[in-house]
Design a protein around this ligand. Sequence first.
Ligand code: NIG
Ligand code: FE
Length: 422
Amino acid sequence: MPVVKKATLLIKNIGQLITMAGPVPRIGNNMTELGLIEKGGIAVAGDEILAVGESEKVEGHAPLAEGCTVIDANGMVVTPGFIDPHTHPVFSMTREKEFEMRIQGKSYMEIAQSGGGIRASVRDLRTTPVEVLMEKTKSRLDRFLEHGITTIEAKSGYGLSTESEMKQLKIIDDLNQLHPIEMVPTFLGAHEVPDEYRDCRDEYISLLINEMIPAVTGEGLAEFSDIFCEEGVYDIEESRRIQQAAADAGLKLKFHADELKSTGGAELAASKKARSADHLVNISEAGSKALAHSGTAAVLLPGTTFSLGGKQYAPARKMIESGVVVALSTDCNPGSSYTESLSVVISLAALQMKMTAAEAISAVTVNAAYAVGREERIGQLRENYQADITMWNMSDYRELPYHYGVNLTGRVIKKGKPVVER
Ligand code: NIG
Ligand code: FE
């Protein structure tokens, strides 16, 4: 006898059920396809989705397990749990002083080159006890979850020594066991050149290649390797060498590319078949074409441009028209973008990059799942996918960019379990 799965959770009366079922990743016009079901319902068995469809059909079809939780959505909007594909969440010291310096006219790079920026965060992280870092990171994870985000990519990059990079990655690993948020770990040892190697940067690059990457992969602490490929940080040739070593060690690749200047970072990411190239405010025409061709996702971070006081945003419309896979992220970090709200990012994407609500939702669900290599399990509400679900206090999904600066999350379900109720 086949075992009939019974529903442990049933959500009925959903006003707009945004399933995102359809092509993955979403490119071009397909980004507006939400797989929307009106008067929808979802049945969940354990941590997986059992059935999705019209509420009455789902209710009639799925046998309920004893003690099944039934939620009446009462006309709410429901989406897959949002996915944030680019964050730097492990830090203690915040950098509001730098924020104020920028308001008064200093640039991000000027502050970095005078010893502030990432290097200031590194000095702080190295001396901060693990328990303090755990506590502060955990409160950030709580905030992500409260904003309807159920998975984040999480980078190291504030250690810049074997020991301190491992310290950050182990915190990510430990919190992954303790917290409902799922984290995709990324090694970012090439986030900057640390103070002690400023006069001998080649030695730091050797350390990255010969000691840090093997240590990280040896303990299985990262899935991706990322690099800050930017004028004044790591140039194209250095980035190519470091990322080749990471790929040879089995890591998938991401690049911080073409953020402040156009240096050919997108082209390099494409040539290395990276999963994503991120920032891309100054991407070239050729870079855009290269990403479309290689299927490398463009993770756009309008919150960073906003928080750096920039005027020019990444050319999202051009990329969408060129067939690039576009995703959106907070870039949550203490320097250039301190927020755990993808909703704010979606408002900025709408107003500053002219992305519609539907495109932005594609960018934080299916395309974000693709950018972190999890598209076969999350980012859509469909049978056998992981039951990561966000219920929104709104009756039309277009309210998301429009009603800005407030948290419209209602309930959040991670792996079939209610984890937030607001
Ligand atoms: O993505 N660009 C490099 N890294 C971060 C900033 C990190 C920091 O300033 O602490 C970013 O913007
Ligand atoms: Fe970043």
